[in-house]
Design a binder for this molecule. Structure first.
Ligand code: ADP
Ligand code: MG
Length: 335
């Protein structure tokens, strides 16, 4: 006797298969739907938008991303007094502070990107950066600038891989992950979604977006706004499985005597970068697109796009102070 009874009774197998087919068609109508939500976190708006066919899992997956983002904010925000990064800023000049694997890893990546960008990206920018208040229209005076500028130097951050600690080589140094943490958050958001079985999603934190899969057979369309007109889209880019980050001088700024003071700081001068109005980087990893969009903003059109040309898989679009748009080689039509 065969262990598989259907071999002896083919009609049974056919009947079972038909029942199963009917069951599949009628008992599981396609419930696939879009689920999405926007919430304020990390000093910006976070939005999650995903496609799923389980009406319970869809909203749960959206909520799970916000839980993850809130966890990262508690770890990495310099505005939260008992965050680990605040502890580092308070104590790392007097004792090595344990960062924990995740924060330690992101600090190491930030320091690597500082080397890659020859210091254009520098998490110690905050030694001066802390004295800007864009809401209140406040900026560091000359004395403060003279005192703090020497403390912008990523080489003053010492990392010990053996015990995962961070030390500062001078008192007064401060680090701030504002130029990379949102990219990390959207990257983590996508990991959370994937672990729950989501295959199509868009996770955005301010100017940083990570796309999972496509938009149900179509590419996602991501717009880059005109830096001087928030209602006008300068260019729209179709993307799948990719990250895109834009840094602009319109996010956080105030004006004084006709001059715009905004939140992206040139580490060598302590002043806001003036050469471009926005820089956008596209590539596989949102951590890098985030840090590079800030870096290219600081470096300007020529130097910035030259750096992007050395990075396989990464492309850039820069809008300069005259509103002119520049593309990296990979985005230009072959002619
Ligand atoms: P947004 O925060 O609007 O998404 P960015 O990704 O360009 O924009 O990041 C800007 C943030 O990066 C600033 O608010 C600040 O926290 C941080 N930052 C500013 N200048 C630098 C710099 N030279 N290197 C690293 N981080 C910087
Ligand atoms: Mg950035």
């Amino acid at each position: 006797m065969s262990s598989n009874g259907s071999k002896d009774k083919p009609w049974l197998a056919i009947t079972l298969a038909s029942v199963l087919l009917v069951f599949t068609i009628f008992s599981r109508p396609s419930l696939a739907e879009w689920y999405g939500e926007t919430q304020p976190h990390m000093g910006t708006e976070i939005s999650v938008y995903l496609w799923h066919d389980d009406p319970e899992l869809g909203p749960e997956a959206v909520a799970a991303v916000f839980t993850e983002v809130a966890r990262l904010d508690r770890l990495m925000s310099t505005y939260i007094e008992d965050s680990r990064i605040s502890e580092i800023n308070r104590d790392a000049a007097t004792r090595p502070v344990e960062a924990g694997d995740e924060l330690f890893g992101l600090i190491l990546r930030s320091l690597d990107i500082a080397v890659l960008t020859r210091g254009a990206f520098d998490i110690t920018y905050d030694s001066v950066g802390q004295h800007y208040d864009f809401r209140e229209g406040r900026r560091p005076d000359e004395d403060t600038m003279a005192e703090e500028l020497p403390l912008i130097d990523y080489r003053l951050v010492e990392t010990n891989r053996g015990d995962g600690t961070v030390s500062f080589l001078q008192p007064g140094v401060r680090i701030n992950l504002g130029g990379i943490a949102k990219g990390y958050a959207v990257e983590r958001g996508v990991v959370v979604l994937q672990s729950l079985g989501v295959r199509h999603a868009r996770v955005t934190a301010g100017g940083d977006t990570r796309l999972l899969g496509d938009r149900r057979g179509q590419p996602w369309m991501v717009g880059i706004r005109d830096p001087r007109d928030e209602d006008t889209v300068a260019v729209t880019i179709p993307l799948e499985h990719e990250a895109i980050s834009t840094s602009g001088d319109y996010e956080r700024f105030f004006e004084e005597d006709g001059e715009r003071y905004h939140h992206i700081i040139v580490p060598s001068t302590g002043a806001p970068a003036g050469e471009v109005h926005s820089s956008t980087i596209i590539g596989p990893d949102a951590v890098l697109t985030d840090a590079l969009s800030t870096s290219v903003f600081v470096m300007g059109v020529d130097q910035g796009l030259r750096l992007i040309a050395t990075l396989p898989d990464y492309e850039g679009i820069v809008i300069d102070a005259d509103g002119k748009m520049f593309y990296s080689d990979g985005l230009r039509s072959p002619d």
